[in-house]
Design a protein around this ligand. Structure first.
Ligand code: ATP
Ligand code: BTN
Length: 235
């Protein structure tokens, strides 16, 4: 019925009108690789660091169940796969999205999408939220705000899955290509503050082959930041 042209992602789609969080359902189900959980609304959508993710009807809230046979150090790169997939979906709507390291997609420096990956056993859950026809929270932005019109949500969903499927194939063969593609879309060479244990400021100069942020401090020293429990703020 959807007529999806994908080889792995979207072989099976499980739809809910409302669910707590598609990531939680994806984690709890024993399903084949490529299964997608999607909901119109999430009652308890989550962001990183257990922050609330506001998920009213009109947005795309979905999780993809992956079972990648890759080296452990390649698992975190899946977050980039999600972000690139969203940027490509936006591109088809003529919206220029950029990646804010490590897991956000911004349009006009406002958050249009966030990615939350979680690993449970052999499963990696790729959770993606995109503000489409919904009202975005303050500081966020939705597709409808950029285009001044609503778009076909099912079409956007299909486009996203087709892009993710293509990227997943690339990822399995060459995880480093995903890092390279993400680097091209990332907002870099800007002053930032990294908030983790403490706060450090510097210039986000790039990402290394493992996706770590390369930060040049005011002193000239270069630090590499692992995506974990850190947040990035533009200054
Ligand atoms: P940042 O701290 O820069 O927002 P982050 O990646 O460190 O990004 P996350 O935990 O990933 O923070 O994202 C959750 C944040 O996203 C919440 O703090 C909230 O402000 C914001 N948020 C929640 N729902 C939405 C939404 N639908 N659209 C855009 N932003 C949202
Ligand atoms: C973030 O920016 O911190 C990530 C937000 C991720 C939101 C998506 S919506 C679908 C999936 N289910 C969740 O509860 N979260 C992710």
């Amino acid at each position: 019925m959807l007529g999806l042209k994908t080889s792995v992602i979207g072989k099976r789609v499980i739809y809910y009108q409302e669910i707590s969080s598609t990531n939680d359902v994806a984690k709890s189900l024993d399903v084949e690789e490529g299964t997608v959980i999607i909901a119109d609304r999430q009652a308890r959508g989550r962001g990183r660091l257990n922050r609330e993710w506001i998920s009213p009807e009109g947005g795309l809230w979905l999780s993809v169940v992956l079972k990648p046979k890759v080296e452990p150090q390649d698992i975190p790169k899946i977050v980039f796969l999600g972000a690139i997939g969203v940027v490509r979906m936006l591109e088809e709507l003529s919206i220029p999205g950029r990646i804010k390291w490590p897991n956000d997609v911004l349009v006009n420096f406002k958050k249009i999408s966030g990615i939350l990956t979680e690993k449970v056993g052999e499963k990696v859950i790729l959770g993606i939220g995109v503000n489409v026809n919904n009202d975005a929270p303050e500081n966020g932005i939705a597709v409808k705000d950029v285009l001044n019109r609503k778009v076909d949500l099912v079409e956007a969903f299909k486009t996203l899955l087709e892009n993710l499927d293509e990227l997943y194939e690339i990822y399995l063969e060459s995880p480093e290509t995903i890092v390279e593609l993400a680097r091209e879309l990332m907002i870099l060479n800007v002053p930032v503050k990294v908030i983790g244990d403490g706060e450090i400021t510097g210039v986000a100069e790039g990402i290394d082959e493992d996706g770590r942020l390369i930060l040049r401090l005011d002193s000239g020293e270069v630090r590499k930041i692992l995506y974990g429990d850190v947040s990035l703020r533009f200054l």
